[in-house]
Write a protein that binds this ligand. Sequence first.
Ligand code: LLP
Length: 423
Amino acid sequence: MANPIPSRLLPDNTSIDENGSGSIAGCNLVELAEEYGTPLFVYDENHLRARCREAVKAFGEGVAYAGKAFLCGAMSRLVVEEGMNIDVATGGELYMALHAGIDGSRLIMHGNNKSESELRMALEAGVSRIVVDSFDELERLQILHKETGISPKILLRITPGVEAHTHEFISTGQDDSKFGFTVSTGLALEAVERAVKTEAVELVGIHAHIGSQVFKVDSFIRAVEVMAEFSNPLELPELSIGGGLGVSYLEEDHAPSITEWGEAVQTACAQTGIKAKVTAEPGRAIAAAAAITLYRIGTIKELEGLRTYVAVDGGMSDNPRPVLYGSGYETFLPRSMDKKRDRSIRMVGKHCESGDLLVREGWIPSDVAIGDVIATPVTGAYGHSMGSNYNQVLRPPVIFVKDGEATEVVARETFPDLVRRER
Ligand code: LLP
């Protein structure tokens, strides 16, 4: 018998009224579902702002938000207003941030396979740093330097050979990786030598990102140790530990806070003699717990003695994480947030495959019925951003709620949108 949904998995400004009905920032969730339709991403704006401020406090101004976790114009402006820069990983993310009015000086360009045109775009935008991932990229920057005369400030992404104890698909620090310059094989040192020699770039620091959804602060500390040994003799002014701090998705999860992560990293840096300014680029830890997704239940299929399937109007197109990584989520009924969740269900989507599940094992109150609004918490990172149009299902809108007011920041996709690119 599962208890009511624990508040630590909900956005900061969640409240429950005397009837058990839930609101975020004063906006009732069932009413939001009625007004905006479902599925619907609901973000607690002040929760986002609080996490940005926590990151700025932990790492200083200029700590970057990893836009891949969740990006749109409103989010770009919010994080910059709170003192963060933005890490963009493709030309598309770069375009989106620039379109939002963000100055290039607030952007950091990432990517393991940046094309010449993406690099040109980054140079023209005047991005503050380019994180160089390969020798091929260095060569492209040399060609572009001849053409533009620009010598961007760069960090070299090194692969420290650290296992992050996370899902294989989101683990990046181990030697066998497509990312970065491997330290153990000498590639990282060779990259430094080449970067120092050429006028095409100005080497200012070293970067590493060991993986995502990392719960063990120890893994970051081991990365810091490798980075210190490698980079201290180089006496470069900057060092980025990347992102990757995990968040709690389930009742039994206990992830470190941004503050705890920052303190552990800063302490490890001091202890290993790192003099460089230490920065980071969290994505998930900023955005994940700020949002919930609202769906409406359309079908309930009971299999006596086996299980109950509860089918909703979204699915793997708005949250592919359960299918991709086997990720677990909690679920709850916004109308009855004070009730015991005593009925086990499997929450599935509307896509035409059995793998389309949102919650493998969820618990909700036993009086669940067709037409109920049902929610999954902690969907603010890598849901909207990894969404798709599979089965021509329309991508949901995004709303920000604050002080009793809801603002639609991304509209629901429409049927005409689906055919807009057809010739
Ligand atoms: N910096 C770099 C260079 C990265 O590659 C990433 C994530 C981050 C920062 C931000 O990591 P975060 O703090 O969000 O963990 N789609 C997967 C996550 C992929 C992460 C890719 N890189 C998921 O849904 O779990």
